[in-house]
Design a protein around this ligand. Structure first.
Ligand SMILES: [Ca+2]
Length: 417
């Protein structure tokens, strides 16, 4: 019975019926009592009328002295009057009086019983209300947390709980699907890895995920990589000079290469990977545009001394940006920072003057470089076969000013924290 009361879809009509069933006996008794009270009032009115008549008659007899002369009759009438008066306030119908008192007592008992029942019902309702509130709280928590424990703790007695159980089932289904997809993804990864290994072993390197020498672990030889915007190309790797994974972008060591090249040659690259070479500005831009690279420059003199400079965020702009040196990052090393002066400089060759000087720095220093008004480094200058101070030579100002280097190597690899 009480469960149906908490059924949200039918609580109103059932509550009305419930209340009516409780109040109906009380209303019936109240109606009967009212009828009896009206009868009593009517009787009282009759008696009062009779008293008035008797008093009038008594006064009339006193006026005419008959009252004194007729003591017996007077006594009789007084007794009658007393009886009448008594009958007004204590009805002569003793059966009726007892019945009325019994009814009142019975009504009081029923009212007391109803009140006790109401108290009990109120207590039960209070408990049920608390339960409903608890259910609501759990449903809200269930919705927000998507936790499955509600279905086992509350059952499905309400629409909300049924809905929540449905949502939980859906979530479980989605989780299972995600787990299956993750397994599928992992299987595909394994397949891809296996495929890459087979391709490397067979000499097929047409793999766009290999974009630098970092994919070849400890290689110090020529490898095939894919450079975005350029395509597949051969590069020289170095894992001997300063750890593994470096891709060499410029190398000088014996003067066999000519570095006084024009714009297009610097854009495409020139030289030989087994000798001296410049990898090409377009390739450097393609590598550094989508991945953070560090740059390392290693210089040696004719006495075997070696210094180096590193920059942790090396990036070049596109040809449309004149291969601008857009970023260097933080410097570290032993050679001093002679490249910071070139930050934000465009590249200049003898046939493309992008420097800020009135003349052409590439012609003045006999190279191609990132010049502004001037420069503090000239690593593409003319190779000198002996130690000397030579403005057109390969020099690094913070190391030896114009003092030339015997060897120089520029190389990059993905930046690692
Ligand atoms: Ca200029």
């Amino acid at each position: 019975m009480y469960i149906s009361i908490f059924d949200a879809s039918s609580s109103k009509p059932q509550c009305d019926l419930y209340c009516f069933n409780i109040l109906k006996p009380l209303l019936t008794h109240a109606s009967e009592t009212r009828t009896r009270i009206e009868n009593c009032e009517s009787s009282v009115h009759d008696k009062e009328t009779r008293i008035v008549n008797l008093e009038t008659e008594l006064e009339s007899q006193n006026s005419y002295g008959s009252f004194i002369d007729q003591p017996t009759e007077r006594s009789s009438r007084m007794e009658q009057l007393e009886l009448d008066q008594w009958s007004i306030y204590s009805p002569t119908d003793s059966t009726y009086s007892v019945s009325c008192a019994a009814e009142i007592s019975k009504l009081q008992e029923q009212i007391a019983a109803l009140e006790a029942h109401a108290v009990t019902e109120s207590s039960v309702l209070h408990i049920k209300d608390n339960w409903i509130e608890t259910l609501k709280i759990e449903l809200e928590r269930c919705r927000s947390d998507n936790q499955p424990e509600l279905s086992s703790s509350t059952g499905s007695t309400t629409t909300d709980s049924v809905s929540c159980v449905g949502e939980i089932s859906e979530i479980e289904l989605l989780r299972a699907q995600i787990a299956a997809l993750n397994k599928e993804i992992e299987a595909l990864r394994q397949t891809k890895l296996s495929f890459r290994v087979r391709r490397k072993e067979s000499g097929d390197v047409n793999d766009k995920s290999i974009m630098n020498c970092d994919s070849f672990e400890n290689s110090s030889s020529v490898q095939q990589i894919y450079i975005p915007g350029v395509g597949n190309c051969s590069v020289l790797c170095d894992s001997l000079t300063a750890g593994s994974g470096w891709t060499v972008i410029q190398r000088r060591f014996d003067g066999s290469g000519d570095f006084y090249k024009n714009w297009q040659e610097y854009s495409d690259g020139f030289g030989s990977l087994d000798g001296e070479f410049f990898i090409g500005l377009e390739k450097i831009h393609g590598m550094t545009k989508s991945l953070r690279y560090e740059l390392m420059i290693v210089l040696t003199d004719f006495h075997g001394a070696e210094v180096y400079a590193t920059y942790d965020n090396f990036r070049l702009g596109s040809e449309a940006e004149r291969y601008k040196l857009k970023s260097l990052g933080a410097y570290n090393g032993t050679a001093g920072d002679s490249l910071v002066n070139s930050l934000d400089a465009s590249f200049t060759t003898y046939d493309h003057d992008h420097d800020m000087w009135g003349g052409n720095c590439a012609k003045y220093y006999n190279s191609g470089w990132w010049f502004k008004w001037d420069t503090y480094s000239n690593l593409n200058g003319v190779y000198a076969n002996e130690e000397e101070s030579y403005r057109n030579g390969i020099w690094w100002w913070t190391w030896r000013n114009y003092g030339v280097a015997k060897t120089v190597q520029m190389m990059i690899r993905p930046w690692k924290k």
